[in-house]
Design a protein around this ligand. Structure first.
Ligand SMILES: [Cu+2]
Length: 109
């Protein structure tokens, strides 16, 4: 009888520990959802500027923080960010990955 009670008590402790762990995981996931992706920094040369499409295509150098090789790709940007920029401009910029898109945080010549 005593061993059965000990086993039940032991199982209860394990169950409580597991549920506490599961709750901890949920909190972490919630945090990731509300936290914005960190900003990555890169340099590159503008290929095309699409003011109405809110997009700029940049041939950028390697981005070590994201383990990206150099490549040419579009970035989402606001009209204000794109003002004064044109094809051929060498730029330094910061961006973040949001919903599978690269979004410009700041960009300057
Ligand atoms: Cu890229």
């Amino acid at each position: 009888m005593k061993t059965i009670l000990t086993a039940i008590a032991g199982g209860l402790v394990v169950a409580l520990a597991l549920s506490a762990q599961a709750q901890g995981m949920q909190e972490m996931e919630g945090m990731q959802a509300t936290q914005r992706a960190p900003v990555a920094k890169a340099e590159g040369v503008i290929k095309t500027v699409d003011l109405t499409g809110h997009s700029v295509t940049i041939a950028h150098g390697a981005v070590p923080s994201l383990q990206w090789p150099p490549m040419t790709m579009p970035f989402a940007a606001t009209e204000e960010q794109l003002a004064g920029l044109k094809s051929g401009d060498a730029v330094t910029f910061t961006f973040r990955i949001e919903g599978g898109r690269a979004v410009i945080d700041a960009i300057k010549k």
